[in-house]
Design a protein around this ligand. Structure first.
Ligand SMILES: [Mg+2]
Ligand SMILES: [Zn+2]
Length: 160
């Protein structure tokens, strides 16, 4: 069985820009890059678990989301970090799906896809009511990063 770092995307890896979908808008937190690198060093899978209701709201397409994720991953790789897989919920809150955090279906899916030991894994996010709550429901370890807006960031232009 494998161990995994489950990690939120917006507000955790990249600075949250509501419903933004353009790679040029990417700004990455240096502490998140360091966190991903250190878990990787210990052999953890790195799996993003993210709510993307901008798809359900038709603010951007799934294709644009995939392009954004690919660009983010290229940018991370440039600095020695990378993500193995992005799982996203495209639904609206009113769809009442089981994959929108704090529901845990995306993690449950990843556990099956990669044979992950959940008790040896961790969730990292920036929202206790979303990321923390999901982790509590799944009975897994978690860590909430408190953002103060003075964090060191790397802009997309620096990834080229
Ligand atoms: Mg977040
Ligand atoms: Zn969903």
């Amino acid at each position: 069985m494998k161990r995994a770092l489950f990690i939120d995307r917006d507000g955790t890896i990249n600075v949250d820009c509501p419903y933004c979908s353009k790679p040029e808008d990417i700004k990455m937190y240096v502490d998140a890059i360091d966190l991903i690198k250190s878990y990787r060093k210990f052999g953890y899978l790195v799996i993003v678990i993210t709510n993307q209701s901008g798809i359900g709201r038709k603010f951007f397409s799934e294709k644009e989301l995939v392009e954004f994720n690919d660009s983010l991953n290229r940018c991370l790789r440039k600095f020695g970090a990378s993500v193995d897989r992005f799982y996203y919920c495209p639904h609206l809150p009113e769809d009442k799906c089981e994959c929108r955090k704090p529901n845990g279906d995306l993690v449950v899916k990843a556990v099956k896809d990669y044979d992950i030991d959940l008790t040896a894994s961790i969730m990292v996010g920036d929202r206790d009511d979303i990321d923390g709550e999901m982790a509590r429901r799944l009975g897994m370890h978690y860590k909430i990063l408190t953002r103060k807006n003075n964090e060191k960031i790397i802009k997309y232009s620096e990834c080229q």
